[in-house]
Design a protein. Structure first.
Length: 236
């Protein structure tokens, strides 16, 4: 229970995965887009787990008369899973889920995402990502959809408590370019060759000493127009 609502919970510090808190998304074509996040709740946080269990039961009792026509389903579907087990598909959860309870929460309304230092101002999008740590308000409700009955989890607001290693699966720029762009780094060397190692320059081609071009052929000074040597009188 939180704020006198038996179906509402304020979690302890959890880690967030599959974060879609800035822009909504759809799970499959035709669905309406929702804001959502997956909560990784440490199994050592017994207080949050107890609050969740109690709120699920409160939501189920409320749904018996309002949603399920007076009878609870024989096997109640709940939105919380053991991160050390397997997904509904039979595949194991990711490594980040080990030692945690795993639960997804969503909403059609954009949640407020604030920081613990200032709960009156929303965080910029760049500070909201999968892998960060937060405290979250959630509310449980009963549903009946196409013969499926169970308990769903609605997402309230999010208060970021601290940063964590991103769970996006991609490397950060800092790790990709470690040592580059720093003093003495490769980027600095090429950006300012006078202070670092200059890029290689192709050697100039080795040319030999210039050779004078042969003089153009000229008519001998003794030649005449008819080709007769004026001294001998013979043809040249």
């Amino acid at each position: 229970m939180y704020q006198n609502d038996p179906a509402k919970v304020l979690t302890g510090e959890v880690r967030l995965s599959y974060v879609h808190l800035i822009e909504p998304r759809t799970n499959k074509p035709g669905d309406d887009p929702k804001y959502s996040a997956t909560l990784l709740i440490p199994k050592t946080d017994f207080a949050t787990k107890a609050d969740i269990d109690a709120s699920i039961q409160a939501a189920a009792q409320d749904a018996v008369s309002k949603v399920w026509n007076g009878a609870a389903p024989p096997q109640l579907r709940v939105p919380i899973y053991d991160g050390d087990g397997v997904r509904q598909s039979g595949e194991p959860f990711g490594e980040e889920c080990r030692g945690h309870w795993v639960m997804s929460a969503s909403t059609f309304n954009k949640p407020q995402v604030v920081g613990i230092q200032n709960i009156n101002q929303e965080l910029p999008p760049r500070e909201v990502y999968s892998g960060m740590y937060a405290r979250v308000t959630i509310r449980f409700f009963g549903y009946s959809n196409s013969g499926n009955k169970g308990i769903g989890c609605g997402l309230g607001n999010v208060m970021k408590t601290r940063d964590g290693e991103p769970l996006s699966g991609s490397a950060s720029a800092a790790s990709d370019f470690a040592g580059i762009g720093q003093p003495g780094g490769a980027a600095a060397d090429f950006a300012n060759p006078a202070q670092g190692v200059q890029p290689p320059v192709a050697p100039a081609p080795a040319y030999g000493a210039p050779v004078a071009a042969p003089a153009p052929a000229t008519t001998p000074p003794w030649g005449t127009a008819n080709g007769i040597n004026p001294i001998t009188g013979q043809p040249m």
